[in-house]
Design a protein around this ligand. Structure first.
Ligand SMILES: NC(=O)c1ccc[n+]([C@@H]2O[C@H](COP(=O)([O-])OP(=O)(O)OC[C@H]3O[C@@H](n4cnc5c(N)ncnc54)[C@H](OP(=O)(O)O)[C@@H]3O)[C@@H](O)[C@H]2O)c1
Length: 215
């Protein structure tokens, strides 16, 4: 599969390494320009190329967006039709500044970013796992229930299936927190699952008890 990667920092660069290792092709973009990504692409080999943001968007069947939330409005607002997008954003006011609609809980980070990418088949994912764990904890030898969980949320079930398969190919297990609004809330920085080192089996049990407590 072809995967465009926008944001080549702690999460984007490590995701690129895992995707290439799993046999995918990647085109990687950052804010400073393709030439600054040459060392990374050289490390990754023939299945990786540098790109502008627009080139990475156009390249990918999947586009992995991993930029600080404060920069999401810099992302192009067109050209996303039918692209499966994985967005890793989290809201950290110290880094991102105060965003009123998030502070007053009118909306969620994922719904904000989704609005910036009209037509995308948007999935929130990879936002609850620390980059050092993403780098080291994937293990395709384990049965799915014993693998480290990577949570996903979204309103497009077909897109979530595609993302879940990709997550399995890199040695993790996808755990679906539900639709974008409700699941997005469950995946926020103040939630019970955020940055917790959970297997898929443990994650499912926590989500089950969270949903019975709120019923
Ligand atoms: N760090 C973690 O463990 C972790 C875990 C889960 C989720 N997250 C979330 O994932 C996102 C990325 O985190 P990170 O830690 O990987 O950040 P990071 O290390 O600071 O990297 C950010 C990347 O985004 C690029 N970027 C910034 N603005 C851009 C723009 N307008 N267009 C294209 N690229 C742009 C930067 O490019 P330049 O370097 O060229 O500026 C850099 O490559 C954040 O929302 C974060 O909260 C982080």
């Amino acid at each position: 599969m072809k995967i465009g990667i926008i944001g080549a920092g702690h999460i984007g660069a490590n995701a690129a390494r895992l995707f290439v290792k799993a046999g995918h092709e990647v085109a990687i973009a950052n804010s400073r320009g393709p030439e600054t990504l040459e060392p990374l692409v050289e490390e990754l080999g023939d299945n990786a190329t540098t790109a502008t943001v627009e080139e990475a968007r156009d390249f990918g069947d999947i586009v992995f967006v991993s930029v600080p939330l404060k920069n999401y409005t810099d992302l192009p607002s067109d050209g996303w039709e039918n692209k499966v997008v994985i967005d890793t954003s989290n809201y950290y006011p110290d880094r991102d500044g105060q965003i009123k609609v998030l502070d007053d809980r009118t909306t969620t980070t994922s719904e904000l970013v989704e609005q910036q990418l009209p037509g995308a088949r948007y999935v929130k994912g990879f936002n609850t796992i620390w980059f050092e764990h993403l780098k080291t904890q994937g293990n395709t030898d384990l049965p799915l229930e014993d693998r480290r969980a990577i949570f996903i949320a979204g309103d497009d079930s077909g897109a979530k299936e595609i993302v879940a398969k990709l997550i399995e190919e890199i040695g993790f297990a996808a755990v679906d927190t539900g639709f974008l609004h409700e699941g997005g809330i469950l995946q926020q920085t103040d939630s019970v699952i955020y940055n917790k080192d959970l297997t898929a089996k443990e994650a499912a049990a926590i989500l089950e008890s969270a949903s019975s407590a709120s019923a």
